[in-house]
Design a protein around this ligand. Structure first.
Ligand code: CA
Length: 418
């Protein structure tokens, strides 16, 4: 599929993350106005509440866009999802009759503040990247026991916290926690000294389910994707994670990019999961291409200094697709709800510079990463700004997500001070 041309001129370059082919969904405000739904086009945002009030994007019986979340659109289901995308393409395409009506409803992204694009009902994080699981397992348990025996049969996950999912641009405070190094006699309560990122994709569930769903049904339930940074306190994690998995190490914050990129926009980039090393049980088997070819990278900027790209990888490295993760999530009968967020698990590739966490890049702190500024990093320092980028490259166009960024604030001096 080539670049689709829009009357919004900035949407017509090969490099803009937001051509007419994309049309991602976000929530924005400008000074003195309430947050509401918007659609990115070029370097502008179409104010969907205004377009709806003018009767230009009526795709349901009730108003959908005058609220600060896209959950109501998700609730409406596939017919409305399809009608909305078709209508947006129609009215924003080059030559559309609606151009003079819509021009006053465009807001420059540079003048807008982005907010969480949806209400996160629940958040589950997976561990579905094989390179990441093998690297981390090797560090924690040695290469012979790196992959747990269940790893090639189920996408391992844990129930995370929806309450600490934040939008790009939100500062993240270094947490305190209980730490115990391998040579310590007793644990102590102290600021995390091994604060890290995890480069992930987030899948947003747009339909309810009640009972087990198939992989195909799961794929149909996914509304769209965001970039996701699962901030991780490695020293807290090392002490707490057995036997029930991560808890406070992952609860400080999870940052997502501000634009929901729909499954339709990503359809040309669908690809298969890697070859299966053990045949999956029938209910988890691949039924078609359900991963996506999305280039991912991470940059790190020390306070007041330029950013260095520390990792480049691709979402197509994941062993399990989000649809397989979602299908597995429902096998127990667990109901899923609109606004459920699934973290893919850290996306690492086969090479050293493909690793999606500092834990792997610095090999547990033994091989610090040297930045272009000359600074060295084993883990994150106060004032560091991390930014995840994602891009699917089409024929003369790019599908982007907007940055997923956050700056590390120093730990409080006394977390219990009142
Ligand atoms: Ca994670």
């Amino acid at each position: 599929m080539p670049l689709m041309r829009s009357w919004v001129e900035s949407a017509n370059s090969a490099d803009t993350p937001f051509p007419l082919n994309n049309l991602p969904y976000g929530v924005f405000s400008t000074e003195g106005t309430d947050p509401r739904c918007g659609v990115a086009i070029g370097d502008m945002i179409l104010d969907m509440a205004a377009a709806e009030e003018a009767g230009i994007v009526a795709v349901a019986d009730t108003p959908l866009f005058d609220v600060p979340f896209w959950n109501e659109v998700m609730e409406e289901g596939h017919a409305v999802w399809d009608a909305l995308r078709a209508r947006l393409i129609e009215i924003l395409a080059d030559g559309a009759d609606e151009q003079p009506l819509l021009e006053p409803m465009l807001v420059a992204q540079a003048d807008a503040q982005m907010h969480m694009p949806f209400l996160v009902s629940e958040y589950t994080d997976f561990y579905a990247g094989k390179h990441h699981a093998f690297n981390v397992g090797t560090m924690f348990r040695g290469p012979e026991n790196a992959l747990p025996p269940n790893w090639l049969h189920i996408p391992i996950g844990y129930n995370g916290r929806a309450s600490s999912v934040v939008v790009s641009g939100t500062d993240v405070r270094r947490p305190w926690g209980q730490l115990k190094g391998p040579n310590d006699d007793a644990p102590r309560f102290a600021p995390c000294a091994r604060f890290d990122l995890e480069l992930e994709m987030g899948a947003i569930i747009g339909q309810h389910s009640d009972g087990p769903v198939t992989v195909d049904e799961a794929d149909a339930m996914i509304f769209g994707y965001v970039l996701l940074n699962d901030w991780s306190a490695r020293d807290i994690q090392a002490w707490e994670y057995q036997p029930l998995g991560p808890f406070q190490a992952k609860a400080t914050a999870t940052t997502i990019s501000p634009w929901i990129v729909t499954k339709d926009a990503l359809a040309p980039f669908r690809c298969a999961t890697p070859a299966r090393e053990k045949e999956l049980l029938p209910h988890l088997r691949d039924t078609g291409p359900m991963l996506y070819d999305i280039e991912l990278s991470v940059s790190l900027a020390p306070a007041g200094k330029d950013a260095t790209v520390i990792s480049r990888t691709n979402y197509n490295e994941m062993y399990y697709s989000s649809a397989q993760q979602l299908a597995h999530h429902t096998t127990s009968g667990c109901p899923m709800t609109v606004g459920d967020l699934l973290g893919s698990g850290t996306v690492s590739g086969p090479e050293k510079d493909n690793r999606g966490s500092l834990l792997e890049l610095s090999w547990g702190g033994k091989e610090p990463v040297t930045l272009e500024t000359g600074d060295r990093r084993s883990f994150l320092e106060d004032g560091d700004t991390l930014t995840l980028h994602g891009a699917a490259r089409g024929d003369g166009y790019t599908i982007g997500f907007g940055d997923c960024t956050g700056t590390v604030l120093p730990a409080l001096e006394d977390p219990y001070a009142r």
